[in-house]
Design a protein. Sequence first.
Lengths: 658, 112, 284
Amino acid sequence: MADALVKAEFLGEEEKGTTKPFVLWRPTAKTGLMGWLTTVDHKRIGFLYGISALFFFLVGGIEALLIRLQLAVPNNSILSAQQYNEMFTMHATTMIFLAVMPLSAAFFNFIMPLQIGARDVAFPRLNAFSYWVFLAGAIVLNIGWLTSDGVPNGGWFGYTPLTTKAFSPGHDIDMWVMGLQLLGVASIAASLNFITTIINLRAPGMTMMRMPVFTWMTLVTAFLLILAFPAITIALVELMFDRLFGTNFFEASNGGMPVLWTHLFWVFGHPEVYILILPGMGIISEILPTFSRKPLFGYPIVVFSGASIGFLGFGVWAHHMFTTGMGTMGNTAFALATMTIAVPTGVKIFNWIGTLWNGHISMRTPMMFALGFIWTFMFGGFSGIMHAAAPADYQQHNSYFVVAHFHYVLIGGSVFALLAGIHYWFPLMFGRRVSEFWGKLSFWVIFIGFNVTFFPMHFLGLNGMPRRTFTYDSNMGWNSGNMVATIGAFTLGVGIAIYFGVMIYTFFRGERVTSDAWDGRTLEWSLPHPPPEYNFRVTPIVHARDDWWYEKHHRSEVAKERSEHAKAEASHGIHMPFQSIYPFIAGVGVLIGGIGISLVDVNTDPHVLIGKKLATCLVGFFIFLTAVYLWALEGNEGYHLHPEQDSHSGGGSEPKHH
Amino acid sequence: MSAPAHASPAGEHALEESKFQIFVQIAMILAVITGVEIIMVYMPFAHAFLFWTLSILSAVKFLFVIFIFMHLRWDRPLCTVIFFIGLILGGGTMWALLQLFGAQASVPLSAG
Amino acid sequence: MSSNAAAGTIDHHFDPTTSTGVPNKKLLMWLFLASDCMFFGCLISTHLIYRLHPPPGTPAAKDVFSIELTSFSTFILLMSSLMMALAVNAIQKSNLKSLRASLLMTIFFGCIFLGCQVYEFNNFVLEKHLTITNSILGTTFFTLTGTHGTHVAVGVLWLLLMYVRSFQPREMDKHPWWFIRNVFHVVVAIGTILLGMNVVIECTRSLQAHGFASGLAAFGQAYFLRLVALAVGAGVLMRLARPGYAVAFDEKNAIDVEMMGLYWHFVDIVWIVIFTAVYLLEYI
């Protein structure tokens, strides 16, 4: 079944480590529950992120369908106003933080180290820790479904004063705050790891300008994450202090300013949307060259544009706030900055078109998603430029025009690219290829469903339909637009269902592929499908951009070099990191602490010194501290593998001709 | 995970010796600057002059610590670049927020 | 992986196993510090924004702050930074004694800083009537300086754990109880430090309230048991500091001390910014 990821195929001898006391034993299980809980393998961690992301993608999708059901006809009563608020809050929070971001993280984890010729990331245990804390955050965000407070309902952006204690007294907002804090910790830890890996663990000869564009976008996204998340961390801390301790950060009656929350949130929120799109752009920049059988057009410019988008993204946040009364200078400055950021984005699109131009186009499923991406992302870009003009935005703000814009860039952009990436890298990860017919069918249903849902929303917005309102009257002229959008939404749902069904079927029963599934260009395709635990038997020596393509066309030269290099490396074997249970235990501590802060009631009995809330937090903190301490003490030695010399599907297959 | 590399050359050994002295000297300078800042606050200087002098003196202390105590002077420029990215972004965001909240349109109605 | 390097043969500036020569842990810490710049930047921004147009009824910061206490604690933190730099320098030359002494001095100065902050917070709340909830100044001041203080406390804990780690035996098979000893060492150290800080602060309070002679007498009477416990703790720590066996801590571990040093220095430079932006600027 899933033996692809479960067995390490080329396991050789293991060295004996020195004797250590029981708390510092190193787990060695490669299968079963312990194998997964103690894994430090970037491929397994990527798989965990991917499975979690796809699960929450379905949850978010159901939340969306409920929204569309409620809005299908005027004056509907499927959802109450309160339930509707919960739906749009959870749909957005789930899709952004629990679906798109972890799906990107799945690819960062699995693919990026392979693309730079590394055996794993720089800090394997920290990598595992990131995943477990992500899971803790996902649990804290969703645990409201099981409690009387319900799930968060203050919008995914949590504007004050609505989210202050006075207007949202329940625990739901506390769960939103703590959930996001935990997700922030996970994201920052993972990003620190990825940046260190990309900068420091590249194979010999892999200069920065020879790295695949997907790796470049991983690097830029990781920088965005570590620099943007602190802003929302501070905003959330301030909101939490207001709610828990009665401070005055956003308390207008005592000198606070609710608009400060809006600023701090969007200082994070705008780079966040580039965090959502840049990995997708990286994936597209891999797929287009592969299926045009041409190198990426203007590689240095594409890389530079990606970095510019990241950097400029920090200077445009207040374009989400044109209507908050910042004054003329403020509005003008941010409007100009926003228009500037369209330039590098447009440059990328022209370079993608340049890649396709005169290429030998192969219309396989990943290519279709990529082409669909270019088209729909461009539409999202156009509506974005319209928003950038502050006076026009006064009408568009808070209307369905905005909803149309961001779904075009988020679904038409990020999701299409990620779905393309799943198709593209599925053979590498699982050794099986999706059938062309079913893949293309899922694409078309998704593409049509998506456009039918969101194109009418441009007109709904321009005709004045506001966001986040649970119903509308029948004489507003919005009836047909909403009905069409709902039909589109369910079509999109069918498309996603087909896509998922096909994936699951292929995982168990799909056509087997053991090497170089698409006649690829980058290093990850040189590995057996699926890759062995240690990735590369011999560390590759890189000669050029698209190094696998170079290797396939300079076989003898590279083979000679490799056998010499292999002899040099053979003596000390392949160094592998030990597995560890402490990242998981630290995650458990963090989960308990998060639940303690958000869910448990404050103690009101003056006779009780340590109430349930404080006790829960202390227990969680103590578990976390102990786990980190043991993690530090167990050390970072590893063991050595000496895989067999003869392979059955090493990286030396003949180039395929399609 | 640094592997034992080459033995330190004599010149670097001398540098190691003097590092101790450099650290102590810089610490003394930092203490003196802090003292100067305190004294200045009590003297009847103009507001603008005090503001700029205090800011510059603090910036000097800041730079001494990062380039000498935190070793940036002797490390690869990559570390300096990385830190300055965060510093400039943080400082820039602070500047922009202060401009926004300092603008006439943002003065709270209840402000004194 | 367990090669025995003679002192001075590791190049602490260059790691040949990496693409850039910068050790992974050092790179990680610099990246984290860049992130922490944004973190403190936003928090300091919040404080400064609220100082732009203080609402009527806000207490005058000048009347609340004690510039003498704050300058003293600034000087203390700067000295702790010096000690930290010396600690890194020492371990890079495998000088264990010097490392441990410098680490202890860093911890000592760090605890003085924390003690001053505890004293300051108490004074503001009880005597100056500035609390975290009764005004926007209180809210931003206590949150900002409290967050910085938490960073200092985390640093002190890290320093302590590093100090105790330097006693890990080289031949662990011969010392089956070393892990228990390690935990015991940490617990006693933390307990002694907290007790010591409590004793010093209470003694200061007593001296302030009752003058020198009678203050000391009153304090000695009320806190006799705690003083005894403090002496016992100190004695245990001194005994634990002479292990009598070879330890597994030398210049190979310098990168960990250096990484911790970067964190500690960063906490110091954040304080330099806070001292100027929060305290000094209120006086002009």
